[in-house]
Design a protein around this ligand. Structure first.
Ligand code: UD1
Ligand code: CA
Length: 462
Protein backbone atom coordinates (compact mmCIF):
# COMPACT_ATOMS: atom_id res chain seq x y z
CA UNK A 1 0.00 0.00 0.00
CA UNK A 2 1.34 3.39 -1.00
CA UNK A 3 0.08 6.85 -0.07
CA UNK A 4 1.59 9.93 -1.64
CA UNK A 5 2.00 13.33 -0.03
CA UNK A 6 2.93 16.45 -1.96
CA UNK A 7 4.45 19.41 -0.18
CA UNK A 8 2.67 22.43 -1.60
CA UNK A 9 2.18 24.81 1.31
CA UNK A 10 5.07 27.18 0.84
CA UNK A 11 4.73 30.58 -0.77
CA UNK A 12 7.94 30.38 -2.72
CA UNK A 13 9.31 33.75 -1.65
CA UNK A 14 12.08 33.66 -4.23
CA UNK A 15 9.54 33.61 -7.08
CA UNK A 16 8.52 37.17 -6.04
CA UNK A 17 4.92 36.39 -6.89
CA UNK A 18 1.44 36.50 -5.34
CA UNK A 19 0.74 33.14 -6.91
CA UNK A 20 1.83 30.17 -4.79
CA UNK A 21 5.00 28.74 -6.28
CA UNK A 22 3.49 25.33 -7.07
CA UNK A 23 0.84 26.99 -9.28
CA UNK A 24 3.33 28.57 -11.62
CA UNK A 25 3.02 27.03 -15.06
CA UNK A 26 5.46 24.95 -16.96
CA UNK A 27 4.42 23.96 -20.49
CA UNK A 28 0.72 24.50 -19.90
CA UNK A 29 0.51 22.72 -16.55
CA UNK A 30 1.15 23.84 -13.00
CA UNK A 31 4.23 22.57 -11.19
CA UNK A 32 2.15 20.63 -8.67
CA UNK A 33 0.08 19.00 -11.42
CA UNK A 34 3.30 17.81 -13.00
CA UNK A 35 4.45 16.36 -9.70
CA UNK A 36 1.18 14.44 -9.39
CA UNK A 37 1.65 13.21 -12.93
CA UNK A 38 5.07 11.80 -12.14
CA UNK A 39 3.35 9.27 -9.83
CA UNK A 40 1.02 7.93 -12.48
CA UNK A 41 2.80 4.62 -12.99
CA UNK A 42 2.54 3.39 -9.42
CA UNK A 43 -0.47 1.94 -7.64
CA UNK A 44 -1.60 4.48 -5.05
CA UNK A 45 -4.22 4.15 -2.34
CA UNK A 46 -4.27 7.73 -1.02
CA UNK A 47 -3.26 11.11 -2.46
CA UNK A 48 -2.62 13.88 0.04
CA UNK A 49 -1.65 17.42 -0.87
CA UNK A 50 -0.37 19.66 1.91
CA UNK A 51 -1.53 23.21 1.28
CA UNK A 52 -0.99 26.45 3.16
CA UNK A 53 -0.15 29.72 1.45
CA UNK A 54 -3.29 30.53 -0.59
CA UNK A 55 -4.35 26.93 -0.11
CA UNK A 56 -7.83 27.48 -1.54
CA UNK A 57 -6.28 28.56 -4.82
CA UNK A 58 -4.06 25.48 -4.99
CA UNK A 59 -7.05 23.28 -4.19
CA UNK A 60 -9.31 24.86 -6.82
CA UNK A 61 -6.62 24.71 -9.45
CA UNK A 62 -5.92 21.02 -8.89
CA UNK A 63 -9.61 20.11 -8.91
CA UNK A 64 -10.21 22.14 -12.07
CA UNK A 65 -7.17 20.56 -13.73
CA UNK A 66 -8.58 17.13 -13.04
CA UNK A 67 -11.90 18.06 -14.57
CA UNK A 68 -10.22 19.27 -17.73
CA UNK A 69 -7.86 16.36 -18.19
CA UNK A 70 -10.56 13.79 -17.28
CA UNK A 71 -10.17 11.96 -14.02
CA UNK A 72 -7.81 9.03 -14.10
CA UNK A 73 -10.07 6.28 -12.79
CA UNK A 74 -7.22 4.51 -11.06
CA UNK A 75 -6.28 7.52 -8.95
CA UNK A 76 -7.87 7.87 -5.53
CA UNK A 77 -9.45 11.28 -4.80
CA UNK A 78 -7.20 14.16 -3.79
CA UNK A 79 -7.21 14.92 -0.05
CA UNK A 80 -6.10 18.36 1.05
CA UNK A 81 -4.34 18.78 4.38
CA UNK A 82 -3.88 22.26 5.76
CA UNK A 83 -0.56 23.49 7.13
CA UNK A 84 -1.60 26.87 8.51
CA UNK A 85 1.91 28.05 9.36
CA UNK A 86 4.82 27.04 7.16
CA UNK A 87 7.40 25.93 9.69
CA UNK A 88 9.34 23.64 7.38
CA UNK A 89 9.07 20.45 5.37
CA UNK A 90 9.16 18.28 8.52
CA UNK A 91 6.37 20.34 10.05
CA UNK A 92 4.38 19.88 6.86
CA UNK A 93 4.61 16.10 7.10
CA UNK A 94 3.71 16.24 10.80
CA UNK A 95 0.30 17.54 9.67
CA UNK A 96 -0.37 14.12 8.18
CA UNK A 97 -0.29 12.37 11.57
CA UNK A 98 -4.05 12.51 12.26
CA UNK A 99 -4.84 11.60 8.64
CA UNK A 100 -2.61 8.55 8.36
CA UNK A 101 -3.21 7.08 11.80
CA UNK A 102 -3.00 3.30 11.59
CA UNK A 103 -1.82 3.35 7.96
CA UNK A 104 0.55 0.42 7.50
CA UNK A 105 1.99 1.14 4.06
CA UNK A 106 4.64 3.37 2.53
CA UNK A 107 4.44 7.12 2.18
CA UNK A 108 5.96 8.63 -0.95
CA UNK A 109 6.75 12.29 -0.30
CA UNK A 110 7.43 14.72 -3.13
CA UNK A 111 8.26 18.40 -3.07
CA UNK A 112 5.63 20.30 -5.05
CA UNK A 113 8.35 22.26 -6.83
CA UNK A 114 10.16 19.35 -8.54
CA UNK A 115 8.21 19.09 -11.82
CA UNK A 116 10.48 17.19 -14.20
CA UNK A 117 10.62 13.77 -12.55
CA UNK A 118 9.97 10.89 -14.89
CA UNK A 119 7.36 8.35 -13.85
CA UNK A 120 10.00 5.62 -14.45
CA UNK A 121 12.25 7.20 -11.84
CA UNK A 122 9.55 7.03 -9.18
CA UNK A 123 8.75 3.44 -10.11
CA UNK A 124 12.40 2.52 -9.75
CA UNK A 125 12.74 4.28 -6.37
CA UNK A 126 9.71 2.39 -5.06
CA UNK A 127 11.05 -0.92 -6.33
CA UNK A 128 14.39 -0.45 -4.54
CA UNK A 129 12.59 0.61 -1.38
CA UNK A 130 10.53 -2.60 -1.43
CA UNK A 131 13.39 -4.87 -2.42
CA UNK A 132 15.60 -3.73 0.48
CA UNK A 133 12.73 -3.25 2.93
CA UNK A 134 14.17 0.14 3.81
CA UNK A 135 12.82 2.35 6.49
CA UNK A 136 13.33 5.19 4.04
CA UNK A 137 14.67 5.51 0.51
CA UNK A 138 15.46 8.82 -1.07
CA UNK A 139 16.32 10.10 -4.48
CA UNK A 140 19.71 11.74 -4.88
CA UNK A 141 21.78 13.12 -7.71
CA UNK A 142 25.32 14.22 -8.37
CA UNK A 143 25.08 17.79 -9.55
CA UNK A 144 27.79 19.81 -11.25
CA UNK A 145 26.41 22.81 -9.36
CA UNK A 146 24.82 21.64 -6.10
CA UNK A 147 24.32 25.12 -4.69
CA UNK A 148 21.06 25.57 -2.77
CA UNK A 149 20.34 21.87 -2.31
CA UNK A 150 20.66 19.75 0.81
CA UNK A 151 23.79 17.53 0.70
CA UNK A 152 23.44 13.81 1.31
CA UNK A 153 26.18 11.93 3.14
CA UNK A 154 26.27 8.15 2.78
CA UNK A 155 28.50 5.25 3.68
CA UNK A 156 29.98 2.89 1.12
CA UNK A 157 26.73 0.84 1.05
CA UNK A 158 24.72 3.90 -0.04
CA UNK A 159 23.17 4.09 3.40
CA UNK A 160 22.39 7.67 4.40
CA UNK A 161 24.13 9.07 7.44
CA UNK A 162 22.88 12.63 7.31
CA UNK A 163 21.45 15.37 5.13
CA UNK A 164 22.72 18.89 5.63
CA UNK A 165 21.01 21.89 4.07
CA UNK A 166 23.20 24.11 1.90
CA UNK A 167 22.97 27.01 4.34
CA UNK A 168 23.92 24.75 7.26
CA UNK A 169 26.92 23.18 5.48
CA UNK A 170 30.53 23.79 6.45
CA UNK A 171 32.89 24.69 3.60
CA UNK A 172 34.10 21.08 3.61
CA UNK A 173 30.54 19.71 3.46
CA UNK A 174 29.77 21.97 0.51
CA UNK A 175 32.32 20.02 -1.53
CA UNK A 176 29.90 17.09 -1.55
CA UNK A 177 27.96 17.27 -4.82
CA UNK A 178 25.46 14.57 -3.94
CA UNK A 179 22.17 16.31 -3.28
CA UNK A 180 18.74 15.52 -1.90
CA UNK A 181 16.13 15.66 -4.67
CA UNK A 182 13.21 16.12 -2.29
CA UNK A 183 11.65 12.77 -3.16
CA UNK A 184 11.40 10.20 -0.39
CA UNK A 185 9.70 6.92 0.32
CA UNK A 186 9.12 6.25 4.02
CA UNK A 187 7.78 3.19 5.77
CA UNK A 188 4.99 5.13 7.46
CA UNK A 189 4.79 3.19 10.76
CA UNK A 190 8.51 4.01 11.32
CA UNK A 191 8.16 7.66 10.31
CA UNK A 192 5.00 8.11 12.38
CA UNK A 193 6.89 7.19 15.55
CA UNK A 194 9.74 9.66 15.13
CA UNK A 195 7.99 12.66 13.48
CA UNK A 196 7.01 14.32 16.77
CA UNK A 197 10.68 14.35 17.85
CA UNK A 198 11.90 16.74 15.09
CA UNK A 199 13.65 19.88 16.31
CA UNK A 200 14.16 23.21 14.58
CA UNK A 201 17.79 23.77 15.50
CA UNK A 202 19.14 25.02 12.17
CA UNK A 203 19.87 28.27 10.41
CA UNK A 204 16.23 28.70 9.29
CA UNK A 205 14.66 27.62 12.60
CA UNK A 206 12.50 25.23 10.62
CA UNK A 207 11.48 21.62 11.13
CA UNK A 208 13.33 19.74 8.41
CA UNK A 209 11.92 16.54 6.97
CA UNK A 210 15.49 15.67 6.09
CA UNK A 211 16.36 15.33 9.79
CA UNK A 212 14.17 12.21 9.99
CA UNK A 213 17.00 10.21 8.41
CA UNK A 214 18.92 10.62 11.67
CA UNK A 215 16.31 8.51 13.46
CA UNK A 216 15.52 5.89 10.80
CA UNK A 217 17.44 2.89 9.58
CA UNK A 218 18.15 1.67 7.05
CA UNK A 219 17.86 4.78 4.87
CA UNK A 220 19.11 4.28 1.34
CA UNK A 221 20.05 6.83 -1.33
CA UNK A 222 19.23 6.10 -4.96
CA UNK A 223 20.93 8.19 -7.61
CA UNK A 224 18.85 9.39 -10.50
CA UNK A 225 20.50 8.80 -13.85
CA UNK A 226 19.52 12.07 -15.51
CA UNK A 227 20.06 14.77 -12.91
CA UNK A 228 17.99 17.26 -14.88
CA UNK A 229 14.91 15.46 -13.57
CA UNK A 230 15.33 16.66 -10.03
CA UNK A 231 15.62 20.38 -10.71
CA UNK A 232 13.72 22.17 -7.94
CA UNK A 233 12.05 25.44 -8.92
CA UNK A 234 12.86 28.21 -6.47
CA UNK A 235 12.96 31.26 -8.73
CA UNK A 236 12.03 32.39 -12.23
CA UNK A 237 15.41 31.48 -13.61
CA UNK A 238 14.90 27.88 -12.50
CA UNK A 239 11.50 27.99 -14.18
CA UNK A 240 13.09 29.06 -17.46
CA UNK A 241 15.70 26.31 -17.17
CA UNK A 242 12.98 23.73 -16.50
CA UNK A 243 11.11 24.98 -19.54
CA UNK A 244 14.20 24.44 -21.69
CA UNK A 245 14.75 20.94 -20.35
CA UNK A 246 11.13 20.00 -20.93
CA UNK A 247 11.20 21.40 -24.48
CA UNK A 248 14.36 19.50 -25.32
CA UNK A 249 12.77 16.28 -24.05
CA UNK A 250 9.60 16.81 -26.06
CA UNK A 251 11.40 17.80 -29.26
CA UNK A 252 13.88 14.94 -29.06
CA UNK A 253 10.96 12.55 -28.71
CA UNK A 254 9.14 13.92 -31.79
CA UNK A 255 12.25 14.07 -33.94
CA UNK A 256 12.97 10.44 -33.06
CA UNK A 257 9.38 9.66 -34.08
CA UNK A 258 9.85 11.14 -37.57
CA UNK A 259 8.83 14.77 -37.21
CA UNK A 260 10.97 17.49 -38.83
CA UNK A 261 11.59 20.58 -36.73
CA UNK A 262 13.24 23.47 -38.55
CA UNK A 263 15.19 25.63 -36.14
CA UNK A 264 13.97 23.71 -33.06
CA UNK A 265 15.08 26.43 -30.65
CA UNK A 266 12.49 28.79 -32.05
CA UNK A 267 9.65 26.27 -31.67
CA UNK A 268 7.71 25.32 -28.52
CA UNK A 269 5.57 22.20 -28.15
CA UNK A 270 3.47 21.26 -25.11
CA UNK A 271 3.78 17.66 -23.96
CA UNK A 272 0.05 17.23 -24.52
CA UNK A 273 0.49 17.59 -28.30
CA UNK A 274 0.37 14.59 -30.68
CA UNK A 275 2.28 14.59 -33.96
CA UNK A 276 2.42 11.98 -36.72
CA UNK A 277 5.52 11.07 -38.72
CA UNK A 278 6.36 13.36 -41.65
CA UNK A 279 4.88 16.42 -40.03
CA UNK A 280 7.10 19.46 -40.64
CA UNK A 281 7.16 22.26 -38.09
CA UNK A 282 8.72 25.47 -39.37
CA UNK A 283 10.43 28.16 -37.26
CA UNK A 284 8.62 30.39 -34.76
CA UNK A 285 5.74 27.97 -34.38
CA UNK A 286 4.04 27.07 -31.11
CA UNK A 287 1.87 24.00 -30.54
CA UNK A 288 -0.18 24.02 -27.38
CA UNK A 289 -2.73 22.11 -25.36
CA UNK A 290 -4.76 19.28 -26.76
CA UNK A 291 -3.50 19.58 -30.33
CA UNK A 292 -2.89 16.86 -32.91
CA UNK A 293 -1.33 17.14 -36.35
CA UNK A 294 -1.54 14.38 -38.95
CA UNK A 295 1.09 13.13 -41.34
CA UNK A 296 2.35 15.30 -44.19
CA UNK A 297 1.19 18.58 -42.70
CA UNK A 298 3.43 21.60 -42.63
CA UNK A 299 2.89 24.13 -39.88
CA UNK A 300 4.53 27.54 -39.87
CA UNK A 301 6.61 29.53 -40.05
CA UNK A 302 5.09 31.82 -37.46
CA UNK A 303 2.00 29.91 -36.38
CA UNK A 304 0.20 29.13 -33.14
CA UNK A 305 -1.97 26.02 -32.92
CA UNK A 306 -3.89 25.53 -29.71
CA UNK A 307 -6.34 22.77 -28.77
CA UNK A 308 -6.91 21.95 -32.43
CA UNK A 309 -6.96 18.93 -34.70
CA UNK A 310 -5.16 19.24 -38.02
CA UNK A 311 -5.66 16.53 -40.68
CA UNK A 312 -3.18 15.16 -43.23
CA UNK A 313 -1.28 17.33 -45.73
CA UNK A 314 -2.54 20.61 -44.37
CA UNK A 315 -0.44 23.75 -44.54
CA UNK A 316 -0.75 26.53 -41.98
CA UNK A 317 1.29 29.61 -42.74
CA UNK A 318 1.66 32.58 -40.35
CA UNK A 319 -1.69 31.83 -38.75
CA UNK A 320 -3.43 31.25 -35.42
CA UNK A 321 -5.72 28.24 -34.97
CA UNK A 322 -7.48 27.76 -31.61
CA UNK A 323 -10.09 25.22 -30.54
CA UNK A 324 -10.72 24.23 -34.15
CA UNK A 325 -10.49 21.41 -36.69
CA UNK A 326 -8.98 21.39 -40.17
CA UNK A 327 -9.46 18.42 -42.51
CA UNK A 328 -6.93 17.07 -45.01
CA UNK A 329 -5.30 18.95 -47.89
CA UNK A 330 -6.55 22.34 -46.74
CA UNK A 331 -4.41 25.46 -46.90
CA UNK A 332 -4.63 27.99 -44.08
CA UNK A 333 -3.06 31.43 -44.28
CA UNK A 334 -1.03 33.44 -44.57
CA UNK A 335 -2.50 35.47 -41.71
CA UNK A 336 -5.69 33.59 -40.95
CA UNK A 337 -7.32 33.28 -37.52
CA UNK A 338 -9.52 30.29 -36.71
CA UNK A 339 -11.15 30.16 -33.30
CA UNK A 340 -14.15 29.07 -31.26
CA UNK A 341 -14.81 25.71 -32.90
CA UNK A 342 -14.14 26.49 -36.51
CA UNK A 343 -14.37 23.30 -38.59
CA UNK A 344 -12.82 23.37 -42.01
CA UNK A 345 -13.44 20.59 -44.53
CA UNK A 346 -10.97 18.92 -46.88
CA UNK A 347 -9.31 20.69 -49.84
CA UNK A 348 -10.37 24.14 -48.68
CA UNK A 349 -8.51 27.38 -48.74
CA UNK A 350 -8.71 29.92 -45.93
CA UNK A 351 -6.46 32.75 -46.88
CA UNK A 352 -5.12 36.17 -46.15
CA UNK A 353 -6.65 38.09 -43.25
CA UNK A 354 -9.62 35.80 -42.78
CA UNK A 355 -11.15 35.29 -39.34
CA UNK A 356 -13.45 32.32 -38.75
CA UNK A 357 -15.30 31.92 -35.46
CA UNK A 358 -17.58 28.96 -34.71
CA UNK A 359 -17.96 28.42 -38.44
CA UNK A 360 -18.25 25.11 -40.28
CA UNK A 361 -17.05 24.90 -43.84
CA UNK A 362 -17.72 22.02 -46.26
CA UNK A 363 -15.12 20.40 -48.54
CA UNK A 364 -13.61 22.39 -51.43
CA UNK A 365 -14.89 25.71 -50.15
CA UNK A 366 -12.69 28.80 -50.33
CA UNK A 367 -12.55 31.91 -48.17
CA UNK A 368 -9.47 33.43 -49.62
CA UNK A 369 -9.25 37.08 -48.64
CA UNK A 370 -10.23 39.62 -45.99
CA UNK A 371 -13.36 38.03 -44.48
CA UNK A 372 -15.01 37.59 -41.12
CA UNK A 373 -17.35 34.61 -40.85
CA UNK A 374 -18.89 34.04 -37.42
CA UNK A 375 -21.51 31.44 -36.44
CA UNK A 376 -21.87 30.38 -40.06
CA UNK A 377 -22.33 27.05 -41.81
CA UNK A 378 -21.11 26.78 -45.38
CA UNK A 379 -21.75 23.87 -47.73
CA UNK A 380 -19.32 22.37 -50.25
CA UNK A 381 -17.63 24.22 -53.13
CA UNK A 382 -18.74 27.60 -51.84
CA UNK A 383 -16.68 30.61 -52.85
CA UNK A 384 -16.58 33.52 -50.48
CA UNK A 385 -15.50 36.71 -52.26
CA UNK A 386 -12.92 39.07 -50.86
CA UNK A 387 -14.19 41.18 -48.00
CA UNK A 388 -17.39 39.19 -47.33
CA UNK A 389 -18.60 39.69 -43.77
CA UNK A 390 -21.27 37.96 -41.73
CA UNK A 391 -22.94 40.56 -39.53
CA UNK A 392 -23.70 38.05 -36.78
CA UNK A 393 -24.12 40.35 -33.80
CA UNK A 394 -27.04 42.72 -33.31
CA UNK A 395 -25.56 44.33 -30.24
CA UNK A 396 -27.20 41.79 -27.94
CA UNK A 397 -27.29 38.35 -29.51
CA UNK A 398 -25.31 36.32 -32.04
CA UNK A 399 -27.15 34.92 -35.08
CA UNK A 400 -26.46 32.18 -37.58
CA UNK A 401 -25.69 32.34 -41.28
CA UNK A 402 -26.19 29.39 -43.63
CA UNK A 403 -24.85 29.15 -47.15
CA UNK A 404 -25.74 26.21 -49.43
CA UNK A 405 -23.43 24.22 -51.73
CA UNK A 406 -21.80 25.97 -54.72
CA UNK A 407 -22.98 29.44 -53.74
CA UNK A 408 -20.77 32.47 -54.32
CA UNK A 409 -20.61 35.81 -52.62
CA UNK A 410 -19.30 38.85 -54.47
CA UNK A 411 -16.60 41.04 -53.06
CA UNK A 412 -17.52 43.21 -50.10
CA UNK A 413 -20.90 41.58 -49.40
CA UNK A 414 -22.47 41.77 -45.96
CA UNK A 415 -24.74 38.92 -44.87
CA UNK A 416 -26.93 40.16 -42.04
CA UNK A 417 -27.74 37.21 -39.77
CA UNK A 418 -29.93 35.36 -39.09
CA UNK A 419 -29.93 34.52 -42.78
CA UNK A 420 -29.99 31.51 -45.10
CA UNK A 421 -28.69 31.47 -48.66
CA UNK A 422 -29.74 28.38 -50.63
CA UNK A 423 -27.62 26.31 -53.03
CA UNK A 424 -26.15 27.82 -56.21
CA UNK A 425 -26.87 31.35 -55.07
CA UNK A 426 -24.81 34.23 -56.38
CA UNK A 427 -24.55 37.42 -54.35
CA UNK A 428 -23.61 40.51 -56.32
CA UNK A 429 -20.58 42.43 -55.15
CA UNK A 430 -21.22 45.09 -52.55
CA UNK A 431 -24.62 43.67 -51.50
CA UNK A 432 -26.04 43.95 -48.02
CA UNK A 433 -28.25 40.87 -47.86
CA UNK A 434 -30.89 40.96 -45.12
CA UNK A 435 -33.42 38.36 -46.26
CA UNK A 436 -33.18 34.65 -47.06
CA UNK A 437 -32.40 33.70 -50.67
CA UNK A 438 -33.78 30.48 -52.27
CA UNK A 439 -31.72 28.09 -54.45
CA UNK A 440 -30.44 29.09 -57.91
CA UNK A 441 -30.85 32.86 -57.54
CA UNK A 442 -28.81 35.93 -58.16
CA UNK A 443 -29.28 38.48 -55.42
CA UNK A 444 -28.36 42.11 -55.86
CA UNK A 445 -28.89 44.21 -52.77
CA UNK A 446 -27.38 47.58 -53.44
CA UNK A 447 -28.46 50.78 -55.12
CA UNK A 448 -28.06 50.83 -58.83
CA UNK A 449 -25.24 52.79 -60.35
CA UNK A 450 -26.31 56.06 -61.90
CA UNK A 451 -24.32 57.56 -64.74
CA UNK A 452 -25.23 61.12 -65.85
CA UNK A 453 -23.75 62.00 -69.23
CA UNK A 454 -22.27 65.42 -69.79
CA UNK A 455 -22.44 66.27 -66.11
CA UNK A 456 -19.84 68.76 -64.82
CA UNK A 457 -19.25 70.79 -61.67
CA UNK A 458 -20.44 74.34 -62.14
CA UNK A 459 -17.65 76.93 -62.18
CA UNK A 460 -17.93 79.05 -59.04
CA UNK A 461 -18.90 82.69 -59.92
CA UNK A 462 -16.19 85.29 -59.41
C1 UD1 B 1 14.30 21.04 0.15
C2 UD1 B 1 15.13 20.07 0.99
C3 UD1 B 1 16.54 19.96 0.39
C4 UD1 B 1 16.44 19.50 -1.04
C5 UD1 B 1 15.50 20.39 -1.85
C6 UD1 B 1 15.23 19.75 -3.19
C7 UD1 B 1 14.34 20.26 3.29
C8 UD1 B 1 14.64 20.78 4.65
N1 UD1 B 1 15.22 20.56 2.34
O1 UD1 B 1 14.91 22.32 0.24
O2 UD1 B 1 17.31 19.06 1.14
O3 UD1 B 1 17.71 19.48 -1.62
O4 UD1 B 1 14.24 20.55 -1.19
O5 UD1 B 1 14.49 20.58 -4.03
O6 UD1 B 1 13.35 19.59 3.12
N2 UD1 B 1 6.89 23.35 1.96
C9 UD1 B 1 5.74 23.14 2.68
N3 UD1 B 1 5.68 23.59 3.97
C10 UD1 B 1 6.71 24.19 4.59
C11 UD1 B 1 7.92 24.37 3.84
C12 UD1 B 1 7.97 23.93 2.55
O7 UD1 B 1 4.76 22.60 2.18
O8 UD1 B 1 6.57 24.55 5.76
C13 UD1 B 1 6.94 22.87 0.57
C14 UD1 B 1 7.21 23.97 -0.43
O9 UD1 B 1 5.99 24.50 -0.90
C15 UD1 B 1 7.97 23.23 -1.53
C16 UD1 B 1 8.66 22.11 -0.81
O10 UD1 B 1 8.02 21.99 0.46
O11 UD1 B 1 7.09 22.69 -2.49
C17 UD1 B 1 10.14 22.36 -0.61
O12 UD1 B 1 10.33 23.52 0.13
P1 UD1 B 1 11.51 24.52 -0.19
O13 UD1 B 1 11.43 25.64 0.77
O14 UD1 B 1 11.57 24.84 -1.62
O15 UD1 B 1 12.77 23.59 0.22
P2 UD1 B 1 14.26 23.71 -0.28
O16 UD1 B 1 14.92 24.82 0.48
O17 UD1 B 1 14.30 23.78 -1.73
CA1 CA C 1 12.86 23.93 -3.32
Amino acid sequence: MVAIAILAAGRGTRMKSDLPKVLHELGGRSLVERVLQSCQQIQITRRLVIVGYRGELVKESLIRGQEISGKNLQSPPLEFVEQTEQLGTGHAIQQLLPHLEGFQGDLLVLNGDVPLLRAETITQLMAIHKQHQNSATLLTANLPNPQGYGRVFTDSQNLVQQIVEDRDCTQAQKQNHRINAGVYCFHWPDLEKILPALKADNDQKEYYLTDTVNFLSPVMAVDVEDYQEILGINDRKHLATACDILQTRIKDKWMAAGVTLLDPNSITIDDTVELQPDVVIEPQTHLRGNTSIASGSRIGPGSLIENSQIGENVTVLYSVVSDSMVAENTRIGPYAHLRGHAEIGANCRVGNFVELKNTQIGDRTNVAHLSYLGDATLGEKVNIGAGTITANYDGKNKHKTQIGDRSKTGSNSVLVAPITLGEDVTVAAGSVVTEDVPNDCLVIARSRQAVKPGWKLKEPQK
